[in-house]
Design a protein around this ligand. Structure first.
Ligand code: NAG
Ligand code: NAG
Ligand code: NAG
Ligand code: NAG
Length: 477
């Protein structure tokens, strides 16, 4: 009953809109602008397939002129007499709440909007499964900006026909449930400046053809299941400012020719299976501000080239199996504000010059094998407070006389027993003698109580475990 009433109403409405547009096309008024019927009906189809509001077309019979809608933008075409064309459709919680109906999908009628430049749909496909139909992308030749983000039920594969969007500058398909491989054809999208496929479940290798996207500025493929090597063709993309391939399953070395990327500001390859050593050509990354490589089995010494990254602000190499001593060249990185080298196998003393870095605001050296007397300047220790983390280094000690405050309490490092020098051997024997006694004594009493009750046995075991791991990796490599 209700549905027949609705369809009667709809038919009546369609007749009405036809009459209106006929009347208008017959009118002599040259300045009366409207739309081509095909395009208008296409727009109605697209909205009907997306939004729950079945009255949408009724309330917005002329969405480009008399009855605008915030998510639709139109432009006046070049033809005579001039007509409006839909150039932008945006749907998301900022426009509509809830943005879409449960059975929302992308209508094929999108192809009736040949002037569309921007399509962005956020947080819309939440329930019923939606895929990207290969036929959709054949003829949207005006499209410059395609953002379909945070749509958990947008799944299936990336169609290779995407590459036919020859004018696309921004392709952002982040936070969906896309699977399968990145099509090789993506390398043909030479106008593309931003490619963001992060937070999906894409697999397979990053195609070497990606090196064909010669205008690419931002590449974000993070949080997928991508395998194989980092394609060396990325080194050809001289406009690149951001590469984020973090949280995948990439193997092999970091390609040496990435060092050609003079514009690169951010390189994030964290949470992969990348091996060292890292080639010194990466010293060419002269504009790099963020180097994020944590959680990779690099198993190498701290590479020399990082000392030449003069613009670097954040350097994070936690859990990379780094070996050897802390180099002194960090102190030449005057813009460095955050340095994380925790959970590695670093040995030897902390270079006091680290404490002279004017911008340094976080220094995490915890869980290494560092040793010797901490000789960092007091003002540095005070400035960083808890953001200076040297815990979990058995051989480090502090000499309170050197400071006005009791820094040993603060840093949770034991007081040096005798004339400890920076010689790691003398320090290790010294500190290993009574590691628990000293660190326990330095703790506030309630902490001491808590630890002695249950987890106190854990700490020395963990330290021992890490020591054995570092020792093993030393002999194996
Ligand atoms: C991601 O894809 C892999 C296979 O490629 C599959 O085993 C896994 O369940 C998928 N994960 C999700 C969250 O869909
Ligand atoms: C330092 O790194 C460890 C992990 O290794 C982490 O638990 C700790 O919170 C970090 N410290 C600071 C100050 O960020
Ligand atoms: C610093 O700590 C040590 C050991 O706990 C203590 O003997 C000493 O009195 C403290 N010094 C100051 C100035 O608080
Ligand atoms: C080293 O210890 C001796 C006493 O054992 C003391 O006389 C000397 O001043 C100490 N030197 C330093 C640098 O602390």
């Amino acid at each position: 009953m209700a549905s027949s009433f609705l369809s009667f109403f709809l038919v009546g409405f369609l007749v009405l809109t036809c009459e209106v547009s006929l009347a208008q096309s017959n009118s002599d008024d040259e300045f009366e602008m409207d739309m081509e019927k095909e395009e208008l009906l296409g727009l109605f189809d697209v909205f009907e397939a997306l939004v729950g509001d079945s009255d949408w077309s009724k309330q917005h019979p002329q969405p480009c002129s008399e009855t605008p809608w915030p998510g639709v933008q139109c432009e006046i075409g070049q033809e005579e007499p001039s007509l409006f064309h839909v150039t932008k459709i945006h749907i998301g919680p900022d426009i509509l709440n809830p943005p879409c109906k449960n059975s929302a999908k992308i209508s094929d009628s999108l192809l009736k909007l040949p002037y569309l430049k921007t399509l962005s749909i956020f947080n819309c496909f939440l329930a019923s499964q939606v895929t990207l139909s290969p036929s959709l992308f054949g003829s949207l030749s005006s499209l410059e900006h395609l953002s379909l983000e945070s749509n958990p039920s947008l799944s299936g594969e990336l169609p290779s026909s995407l590459a036919k969007l020859a004018n696309l500058r921004v392709l952002s398909l982040s936070q969906n449930s896309l699977m399968g491989e990145i099509p090789k054809e993506i390398g043909q999208m030479v106008m593309l400046e931003q490619l963001d496929l992060s937070y999906n479940n894409l697999s397979g290798e990053v195609p070497e053809e990606i090196g064909g996207i010669e205008n690419l500025i931002i590449l974000d493929l993070s949080w997928n299941s991508l395998e194989g090597q980092v394609p060396s063709s990325l080194g050809q993309l001289h406009s690149l400012q951001k590469i984020d391939l973090g949280s995948n399953k990439l193997i092999g070395n970091i390609p040496p020719n990435l060092g050609h990327l003079k514009s690169l500001v951010l390189l994030d390859l964290s949470n992969n299976l990348l091996n060292g050593p890292i080639h010194e050509t990466l010293s060419g990354l002269e504009n790099l501000e963020y180097l994020i490589l944590d959680h990779n089995p690099l198993d190498t010494g701290i590479p020399q080239f990082v000392g030449q990254l003069k613009k670097v602000q954040t350097m994070s190499l936690s859990s990379c199996g780094l070996k050897g001593k802390l180099p002194t060249f960090f102190s030449s990185l005057k813009l460095l504000s955050s340095l994380s080298l925790d959970n590695n196998c670093l040995i030897g003393p902390i270079p006091p010059s680290l404490g002279t870095l004017p911008s340094l605001d976080l220094l995490n050296l915890s869980n290494n094998q560092l040793s010797g007397e901490v000789l960092l300047p007091e003002d540095f220790i005070e400035r960083l407070g808890k953001r200076l983390d040297i815990k979990g280094n058995n051989g480090l000690c502090t000499r309170n006389e050197a400071y006005q405050r009791n820094v040993s309490v603060y840093l949770e490092a034991p007081v040096c027993l005798n004339n400890a020098t920076s010689d790691p051997r003398s320090d290790k024997t010294l500190a290993l003698k009574h590691p628990n006694e000293y660190s326990e004594r330095m703790k506030p009493s309630e902490n001491r109580l808590k630890e002695s009750s249950d987890v106190s046995w854990l700490k020395p075991n963990l330290v021992l475990f890490r020591f054995v791991v570092c020792l093993l990796s030393f002999f194996l490599l």
